[in-house]
Design a protein around this ligand. Structure first.
Ligand SMILES: Cc1ncc(COP(=O)(O)O)c(C=O)c1O
Length: 358
């Protein structure tokens, strides 16, 4: 261990929720990690303290110009009682790509991983053990200088909170469920030169309007198109999108508008290992619909920490609904889910060397 953190345990531990009632991000554990940055001093005072409110002055810079970022990953409890993180160094690298874009100071990757390990160890009894459950970990950094002006702050807070979460799909046994997706042609998520590749709150705030529109149309998520021509597929909601056309699996390239998902990278690496032809290239929505018409569009699925793999059963483009495959869970989607979830939870031996034990 390169870092040590002060520890102040809560004197008022909370009652843990019944695992069968767990939703996403509603309940938080007993403790949080906190650390500050100031110019000249760097990152300092890393500590674990009871989970609770943070005090900000109304002039705190993050409340005005949103200089902030966040991450998301999970800890899983294995059947033999071990605690596993899934590729946390990938999240650590993404923190610094985001920070670089947002004029937020760099955070040592080892500090990031050690701070997560320290907090999860203290709150380890909060990791649920029933199938499909996990501990969601939410690290975030925000500017906290009492200054109303558009300039990078000189002071930041780094905090981690954790939330026990239930299975993503509300199905008997937690099996996959196919989603319906609305192709969004009006609103865009990210433009070239913007912050699409960075994990910053503003990207998500700006996306809510389209999500609301999709929900009104009875769809679960939106399929984002590129900002310049509104014709190339990019992401699905807050996850990366894959399209299987013929024997090719296509995903959008990382050209600055796509979040480089950890699950996306893992899917690409697994498909390559399995000898599947996976390519990162631009794909027009018109070509997706053409492939649907000629029968070569086999599957669409999206990837992310929350659901791992989310199969798409239906695509709505303007007023027309297109059923993908048989409208249910595709074969490749199911295979990828079983393999990645198996590796994450230790049910499959980690031949990819992806997990980090706490
Ligand atoms: C916009 C967006 N794209 C993709 C992803 C998937 O990334 P990951 O696989 O690292 O969870 C996320 C989720 O974090 C996201 O918010």
């Amino acid at each position: 261990m390169k870092y040590t953190f002060n520890l102040q345990l809560t004197s008022n531990p909370k009652t843990k929720p019944d695992p069968s009632t767990l939703k996403f991000g509603k309940v938080f554990t007993d403790h949080m990690f906190a650390m500050e940055y100031s110019t000249g001093k760097g990152w300092h005072d890393g500590r674990i303290v009871p989970y609770g409110p943070i005090e900000l002055e109304p002039s705190s810079s993050v409340l005005h110009y949103s200089q902030q970022m966040f991450e998301g990953l999970k800890a899983y409890r294995t059947a033999d009682g071990r605690i596993l993180l899934f590729r946390p160094y990938k999240n650590a690298a993404r923190v610094n790509e985001t920070n670089e874009r947002m004029c937020i100071p760099q955070l040592d990757e080892e500090l990031f991983v050690e701070s997560i390990k320290a907090l999860v160890s203290v709150d380890k009894d909060w990791i649920p053990t029933t199938p499909g459950t996990s501990l969601y970990i939410r690290p975030f950094i925000f500017a906290n200088e009492n200054f109303v002006g558009v300039a990078p702050a000189k002071k930041f807070n780094y905090i981690i909170i954790c939330s026990p979460v239930g299975p993503y799909y509300d199905t008997p046994g937690g099996g996959l469920l196919a989603a319906s997706i609305y192709v969004e042609e009006e609103y865009v998520r990210a433009a070239a030169g913007g912050t699409g590749y960075a994990k910053v709150g503003g990207n998500y705030a700006g996306a809510m309007k389209a999500q609301e529109k999709a929900a009104k149309l009875g769809c679960d998520q939106v399929l984002w198109l590129d900002a310049a021509q509104h014709s190339y597929v990019e992401e699905i909601g807050t996850s990366n999108a894959f399209f299987m056309i013929g024997n090719e699996v296509i995903t959008a390239p990382l050209l600055g508008t796509i979040l480089p998902g950890v699950t996306r990278a893992s899917v690409i690496e697994l498909l390559q290992k399995w000898g599947v032809n996976v390519v990162e290239r631009r794909l027009a929505i018109a070509d997706v619909l053409k492939a649907h018409e000629d029968g070569s569009l086999k599957e669409i699925f999206s990837t992310g920490t929350a659901a791992v793999i989310s199969p798409v059963g239906k695509l709505q483009f303007r007023d027309t609904e297109f059923i993908i495959g048989n409208g249910g869970v595709g074969e490749l989607s199911q295979k990828l889910y079983s393999e990645i979830y198996g590796l994450q939870t230790g049910r499959i031996e980690d031949y990819m060397n992806w997990t980090v034990e706490i």
